[in-house]
Design a protein around this ligand. Structure first.
Ligand code: SF4
Ligand code: SF4
Ligand code: SF4
Length: 199
């Protein structure tokens, strides 16, 4: 038998504070609440939590739009009023407060931008060609073989700056750490390819 103590909602609220992105805090709260303290005895609490989890995930994964924000806004007061115990009410209250105080973060995600540049579906890593010295350091640390380029040798010419193949990039961030020339940047997907979202 496991000695591990079940997490309380208080533990979860404390743990999620380590997430930089607000929506990562919210999705982690919902995931852990659903998998843990939520008992399912009254319907509005699980129904609201599951629905909001889908909506927040849409926003994080770049499929979201204004309709997801509107749905969350509609769910939270209902969940707050109808939840039978304090746990359901606390979760609803946390999300309602986050939406009220930081609506701009929700809206940014709905338009394809994560202000903290954390949501992997909403960012791209890119080599700045003018800054790349073709040193090859990034190539060595990229475990996903997402970087293409040939390391510069002093006795040869005709080199091209390195490039990142987006489809292969897992957004691990290792390349940016090793590039001494500041030649790798993180850009918003929205900046590169304007999205058709319902806003
Ligand atoms: S509000 Fe409380 S009683 Fe109702 S499902 Fe949620 S945790 Fe269970
Ligand atoms: S580490 Fe930086 S400068 Fe070196 S090849 Fe990669 S992007 Fe270019
Ligand atoms: S972020 Fe990671 S996977 Fe993407 S190019 Fe850089 S090292 Fe490779």
């Amino acid at each position: 038998m496991s000695d591990e103590k079940a997490k309380t909602l208080k533990d979860i609220f404390k743990e999620i504070e380590s997430e930089r992105c607000l929506l990562h805090r919210v999705i982690r709260l919902l995931d852990e609440f659903i998998d843990g303290p939520m008992c399912g005895r009254c319907l509005p609490c699980p129904m609201g939590s599951y629905e909001m989890r889908i909506r927040v995930r849409n926003l994080i994964e770049g499929r979201g739009g204004r309709e997801d924000i509107d749905a969350i806004r509609e769910i939270v007061p209902k969940m707050f009023i109808s939840s039978m115990c304090k746990r359901g009410k606390d979760v609803a209250e946390y999300i309602e407060k986050s939406l009220k105080e930081q609506e701009d973060v929700y809206v940014a995600h709905a338009t394809g931008r994560c202000p903290e540049r954390v949501c992997k579906a909403l960012i791209r890593y890119r080599v700045i060609p003018e800054k790349c010295t073709m040193c090859g350091d990034c190539l060595e640390v990229c475990k996903d073989f997402a970087i293409v380029g040939e390391k510069k040798a002093p006795y040869r010419t005709g080199y091209l700056p390195f490039e990142i193949v987006d489809k292969r990039c897992s957004r691990c961030g290792e390349c940016i750490k090793v590039c001494q020339y500041g030649a790798i940047e993180i850009v918003d997907v929205a900046e590169q390819e304007p999205q058709q979202v319902g806003v």
